[in-house]
Design a protein around this ligand. Structure first.
Ligand code: CP
Ligand code: NVA
Length: 305
């Protein structure tokens, strides 16, 4: 049984396969055709945190593909009424794929351990692989072949940053990860990316201007992720010189694109003038969550038909 827990679970060739399915289905969708490649397949969305994009994109894509979905929020009692093992064994008798958004990364790993159904990570504190796959697909639509291109991350060394770093390595893009002191991606993580993808070009810096120099895309995310609300004030102070604003974008090439996984805290990590500028691709980036997740689901479930 294949799962998608982190981007370590897919090879570069498999990403290309997912993107080929995505491109085919997106072209058809834009022409008004919704090809039912997964008729009758069921998806459960097991979410411990809030979501707009991940939930709606997965539910829509499963419906377009001819399958169905069921949202399991707090009322399912996940982690409260019974063990994760029992919950998962039962759930996976009834559905073909479980998308998990969990507070702790170990939870999604535990679900995968007991599941007969494919498990997809819909965000944990350590990874957001579907986001990174959609991000890189979006960038490819704008820039063409990504090999040799440069991504700049300016912000927290968080779940999105880690998946993006793995994804960039797999598509041959260099990535400069810029965070304030104390918020950098761990050295061990960078070492593991380099070990898994020997040609990976991953650098870590505390200097935003150095990160965005020569970058094809500048990416940021909220300074305090879901679950870190208590740290909000401290983080606002610690990240204050790491805002992506017009001044920082001026240090990037003129045609550098602005990216954000959303939701954004406008006026904190990014200013209105940047997120609303012609360089910003945040809306098509979010829209591609649906298209790329079709590629992921057809790749995962189609091969198990
Ligand atoms: N980017 C993203 O995953 O958004 P949601 O939290 O709204 O799903
Ligand atoms: N880093 C953010 C991403 C939300 C999509 C969070 O975990 O809250």
């Amino acid at each position: 049984m294949r799962h998608l827990i982190t981007l370590d679970d897919v090879s570069s060739a498999e990403i290309e396969r997912i993107y080929a399915i995505t491109e085919d289905l997106k072209t058809k969708f834009l022409a008004g055709v919704r090809e039912p490649l997964l008729p009758g397949r069921m998806m459960a969305l097991l979410f411990e945190k809030q979501s707009l994009r991940t939930r709606v994109s997965f539910e829509s894509c499963m419906t377009h593909l001819g399958g169905g979905s069921i949202m399991l929020g707090d009322d399912a009692g996940f982690g409260k009424r019974e063990s994760i093992a029992d919950f998962t064994r039962v759930l996976s008798e009834m559905v073909d794929v479980i998308v998990v958004r969990s507070k702790k990364h170990n939870t999604v790993a535990e679900v995968a351990k007991y599941s007969k159904a494919a498990v997809v990570n819909g965000l944990t504190d350590e990874a957001h692989p579907c986001q990174a796959l959609a991000d890189l697909y979006t960038l490819r639509e704008h820039c063409g072949d990504l090999s040799g291109r440069k991504m700049a991350w300016v912000g927290d060394g968080n779940n999105v940053a880690m998946s993006l770093a793995r994804g960039c390595a797999k598509v041959g893009m260099s990535v400069s990860l810029c965070s304030p002191p104390g918020y950098e991606i761990a050295d061990e993580f960078v070492a593991s990316v380099k070990q898994r993808t020997p040609n990976a070009d991953v650098t870590v810096t505390n200097d935003p201007k150095e990160a965005v120099a020569g970058a094809d895309a500048v990416y940021t995310d909220v300074w305090a992720s879901m679950g870190q609300e208590a740290e909000q004030a401290r983080r606002r102070a610690d990240f204050s010189t790491y805002q992506v604003n017009a001044h920082l974008m001026a240090a990037a090439p003129n045609d550098s694109l602005f990216m954000h996984c959303l939701p954004a805290k406008r006026g904190e990590e990014v200013t209105d003038e940047v997120i609303d500028s012609p360089q910003s691709i945040v809306v098509p980036q979010a829209g591609n969550r649906m298209h790329v997740q079709k590629g992921i689901l057809v790749w995962l479930l189609g091969s198990q038909a």
